[in-house]
Design a protein around this ligand. Structure first.
Ligand code: AP5
Ligand code: MG
Ligand code: ZN
Length: 215
C-alpha cells in the first residue's frame, strides 16, 4: 500500500498514520517528524529548517524532496509506505511522481482529510506528544490517563513549539495557499479518496479502513 495522507495541520494525519502502520505493517514517513528530529539533533539541516518551522512556513522544497527520496529507498518501504505531511506543494508532488517512477512504483491512494478551520485550532492548541515514543494525545479529545504522562511508555508529554495560536493560523493559511491545490492534482490522477475528518478519531479510523478496503 503506497499512500499519502493529505490534510491541513491538525487534520489527524499523524494520528491516523500510526494506526495504518499497525494495520498494514508499513512505515509512516512524516517529514515534520524527520525535520523535528534534525532540529533536536542540531544538524545543519535542522538549524536551517527550524526558522521556517517556528514561523509556520514551509521548509524549501529541495530539502524535503531530498529527505523523502532517500527515505523511500530504505528497506522497510519495500511493501509500501504512508506519507504524512508530504507533499505540500505542487513542486513536491511532481518530484514524488518522478522518484516513484524511477523506482518503478506508483501511488495507490491519496486520502484527503477535511476538517473545519476552527476545529483545527482547538485540536492543535490542545495537542500533547510523548517525548519518548511520539504517541499523540489531546487534552480534551484523547487525554492520557495521567496528565502529561504517556499511557504507552510513561514518557513525559510536551507541546510543539509551532502549536501556538498565531503560528497555527499562519500554518493554516500556508496550507490553503500552497497545499490545498494538491486535492485537485490527485483527483486528476484518479487516486484521491475524500474523508470527513470531523468525526471522532475512532470513527475516522474505521471509515478510512473501509475506504481503503473498498478501493
Ligand atoms: P507537520 O509536523 O507535518 O505538521 P502539520 O502538517 O502542520 O500537521 P500536524 O502534525 O500539526 O497535524 P496532523 O494532521 O498530524 O494532526 P494530529 O494527528 O497530530 O509539519 C510541521 C512543519 O514542518 C511545517 O509547518 C513545515 O514548516 C515543516 N514541514 C513538514 N513537512 C514539510 C514539507 N513536506 N514541506 C515543507 N515543509 C514541511 O492531530 C492533531 C491533534 O488533534 C492531536 O492532539 C490529536 O489527538 C487530535 N485529533 C486527531 N484526530 C482527531 C479527531 N478526529 N477528533 C478530535 N481530535 C483529533
Ligand atoms: Mg502530524
Ligand atoms: Zn510514550
Amino acid at each position: 500500500m503506497k499512500l499519502i495522507l493529505l490534510g491541513p495541520p491538525g487534520a489527524g494525519k499523524g494520528t491516523q498514520a500510526k494506526m495504518l502502520t499497525d494495520e498494514f505493517s508499513i512505515p509512516q514517513i512524516s517529514t515534520g517528524d524527520i525535520l523535528r528530529a534534525a532540529v533536536k539533533d542540531g544538524t545543519a539541516m535542522g538549524l536551517k529548517a527550524k526558522e521556517y518551522m517556528n514561523a509556520g512556513g514551509l521548509v524549501p522544497d529541495e530539502v524535503v524532496v531530498g529527505i523523502v527520496r532517500d527515505r523511500l529507498q530504505e528497506a522497510d518501504c519495500v511493501n509500501g509506505f504512508i506519507l504524512d505531511g508530504f507533499p505540500r506543494t505542487v513542486a513536491q508532488a511532481d518530484a514524488l511522481q518522478a522518484s516513484l517512477q524511477g523506482m518503478g512504483k506508483e501511488l495507490d491512494r491519496v486520502i484527503s482529510l477535511d476538517v473545519d478551520p476552527e476545529a483545527l485550532v482547538e485540536r492543535l492548541t490542545g495537542r500533547r506528544t510523548c517525548k519518548e515514543c511520539g504517541r499523540g494525545y489531546h487534552v480534551k479529545f484523547d487525554p492520557s490517563r495521567q496528565s502529561d504522562v504517556c499511557d504507552a511508555c510513561g514518557g513525559a508529554l510536551f507541546q510543539r513549539d509551532d502549536d501556538q495560536e498565531e503560528t497555527i493560523r499562519k500554518r493554516l493559511q500556508v496550507y490553503a495557499d500552497q497545499t490545498s491545490p494538491l486535492i485537485s492534482y490527485y483527483k486528476e490522477i484518479g487516486v484521491l479518496l475524500e474523508l470527513d475528518g470531523m468525526q471522532p478519531i475512532q470513527i475516522v479510523q474505521e471509515k478510512m479502513l473501509s475506504l481503503l478496503q473498498a478501493s
